[in-house]
Design a protein. Structure first.
Length: 100
């Protein structure tokens, strides 16, 4: 991976034309390693890194290298369980006590 990162830095320093990145591309960034592009526009590049979460970079300054390394499998996000309804009989008993 270090060789890929070094090549990425050298390519951008040499003035080679920047690749046109699109959402979903897999890239390597020298500091954070491999990640997936979430958003790219003329001002900002947002990358969801495999081990460092989501980061925002200035598009003009970010150094990226394409990679064929697949994204790691992530556990499915669990939804919050719905609150269980209170016991109907207990609710009716409380209402009767309140009326009495």
């Amino acid at each position: 991976m270090a060789a890929v990162v070094a090549a990425a830095g050298a390519a951008s320093r040499d003035g080679n034309a920047m690749k046109s990145w699109t959402k979903g591309d897999r890239v390597v960034q020298p500091t954070y390693g491999p990640g997936t592009l979430v958003e790219v526009n003329e001002h900002h590049t947002v990358i969801d890194f495999d081990e460092h979460g989501r980061r925002v970079f200035a598009t003009r300054l970010v150094v990226l290298q394409a990679t064929n390394e697949p994204a790691p499998a992530r556990a499915a996000r669990k939804r919050a369980a719905k609150a269980k309804p209170k016991d109907k009989d207990a609710k009716e008993a409380k209402e009767k006590e309140a009326k009495a």
